[in-house]
Design a binder for this molecule. Structure first.
Ligand code: B12
Ligand code: SF4
Length: 441
């Protein structure tokens, strides 16, 4: 069979290519190829797509990250009152259309789209509207994180575009795809046996991998432990997967999307072996600070880890404990002292802090800014995103802060402070962000 995979546009008030690669779809590509199918990919978020060269300069920033091509677009009704510009991020519309017309000749049997952030479903919708202009009848399947969190919402929203929603991991979702065509699908150990398929890209400034899926912690705001049972890949097969990628694509930057990279049971050996690969490594997802002891910091430096984000979330010990106990203030101090000992560039080390956690006081944020800037590291303040199924979401519903049928677009972390009466206002957050700027100076 011939499959066309599409990584959709993002529609949002803000988005940045912080090493975004659709690794879910890239795994699907490997699995389908292994079963003898033809697979094509249009990644609308690939900043280095060669057809975009005339209309956009990808201007590489830090280690291959950078700004997307953008176009201002109309806001959907539910966002009309938000006083910010709404944009489409990614491939030029005409180029996308040209790709679709080109693939029309390949006799595509099925189109597969992924979804990541729940509040990006509108971009998925607009992408599929465009696809339907060229492929009005072709069976189209939507999987990925949004469909796992909001199955019913996805089914209702995408019905007018004749989309079949297939939540689940590679096996569960592909089984449904093949069942639609009256074919059987044999489960495969996709996580241990396959790697994300990067053969679709003309130019790779970075490759993204994950050495584990899921996390053994259960933080009250996080969907990861609900979505995945914690599993990790063995060291030798991780090294083999990375070596193949580096040899094929001359990769300079390897990025790990893991939720729990430092919890790998064979961590020291893994880091030793990574140090033989001679590339730069990055950890953009908040890592577990308590694991950064003297030895681990030494090995991270030896392997050439650069951007490392620590999951800090709150400076308040009570809040840290109440939300899952993954970190304490002394964990952060120890981790940063170990990074300093081995001479990491502290501009690359940052801590994630969540603002607007239920019950959080504004002082928590000012203290977090003081704490991190005094340690000498960067701080990234990210607004809280309530996710159905998590303890925090259920509590907010119970307390009538919003309804269970609230449009996911309104639960975008950038939007919440504009309408949420319970938490910190947009003005409060602006003040904290101004304070952070001053402290940075
Ligand atoms: C990597 C990651 C990031 C990266 C990149 C995200 C990106 N846009 O790609 C970074 C660090 C930038 C990031 C940032 C944030 N993230 Co994040 N992130 C993740 C993480 C850890 C991994 C995603 C991933 O790649 N998984 C691995 C792949 C293999 O799985 P997958 O995509 O589901 O694909 C599988 C299946 O779904 C299926 N499949 C996928 N597509 C399709 C399609 C078809 C047709 C089929 C058949 C099958 C199929 O096959 C694949 C193989 O089994 C998830 C948690 C998690 N473990 O999933 C959170 C998660 C998605 N992030 C989350 C959050 C909250 C955030 C932030 C908002 C945090 C914050 N407060 O700032 C920011 C938002 C930034 C932004 N605007 O993008 C939430 C979701 C929030 C939401 N409302 O949607 C999650 C779920 C974690 C959580 N806290 O609960 N994140
Ligand atoms: S430690 Fe991180 S990934 Fe694990 S449950 Fe908590 S927030 Fe989620």
């Amino acid at each position: 069979m011939n499959f066309l995979l599409v990584n959709p546009w993002i529609y949002d008030f803000a988005a940045y290519d912080f090493w975004l690669k659709p690794i879910g779809l890239l795994y699907i590509s490997s699995v389908l190829k292994s079963k003898g199918h033809n697979v094509y990919l249009i990644d609308t978020l690939d900043r280095y797509n060669k057809k975009m060269e005339n209309s956009y300069d990808p201007k590489e920033k830090h280690y291959g990250t950078g700004k997307f091509h953008t176009v201002n677009v109309e806001k959907p009704d539910v966002l009309k009152d938000i006083p910010r510009k709404f944009k489409r991020y990614g491939m030029d519309e005409q180029i996308f259309e040209d790709y679709l017309k080109y693939y029309k000749d390949e006799k595509i049997d099925a189109i597969l789209l992924t979804s990541t952030m729940t509040y990006w479903y509108y971009g998925v919708y607009k992408t599929i509207e465009k696809i339907r202009e060229i492929f009005p009848e072709t069976p189209l399947f939507l999987g990925g994180i949004y469909t796992k969190i909001y199955k019913e919402h996805a089914e209702n929203t995408f019905k007018p575009l004749n989309v079949r929603v297939v939540p689940g991991d590679a096996n569960e979702s592909l089984k449904e795809v093949f069942a639609y065509f009256g074919k059987s699908y044999e489960y495969t150990d996709w996580f241990n046996k396959f790697s994300p398929d990067y053969s679709h890209y003309d130019k790779l400034k970075y490759s993204v991998f994950t050495t584990s899926i899921g996390c053994p912690y259960k933080c009250t705001y996080c969907f990861t432990p609900i979505m995945w049972k914690y599993i990790y890949r063995n060291t030798d097969s991780i090294i083999k997967m990375l070596k193949e990628n580096i040899e094929k694509f001359n990769t300079e930057n390897i990025v790990f999307f893991d939720d729990a990279f430092l919890l790998h049971p064979d961590l020291e050996n893994l880091l030793e072996k990574l140090s033989e690969l001679k590339v730069k490594f990055h950890l953009p997802n908040g890592i577990h600070a308590h694991r950064v002891n003297d030895k681990i910091a030494f090995l991270l430096k030896k392997a050439d880890f650069r951007v490392i984000k620590l999951g800090y979330e709150s400076s308040d010990p009570e809040m840290q404990k109440k939300t899952g106990g993954k970190v304490t203030n002394s964990d952060l101090i120890n981790a940063v002292n170990n990074f300093k000992k081995y001479d990491f560039d502290l501009r690359d080390i940052g801590a994630y802090v969540i603002s607007n956690l239920p019950g959080q006081k504004i002082e928590d944020l000012y203290n977090a800014v003081d704490f991190c800037t005094d340690l000498g590291i960067e701080i990234n303040i990210n607004e809280f995103t309530p996710i159905p199924g998590t303890k925090d979401y259920e509590k907010l519903i119970k307390n009538n802060v919003f309804n269970d049928d609230t449009d996911p677009l309104l639960l975008n972390n950038t939007i919440i402070p504009y309408w949420w009466k319970e938490g910190l206002s947009a003005d409060d957050l602006d003040k904290v962000k101004r304070y952070l700027k001053l402290k940075r100076r």
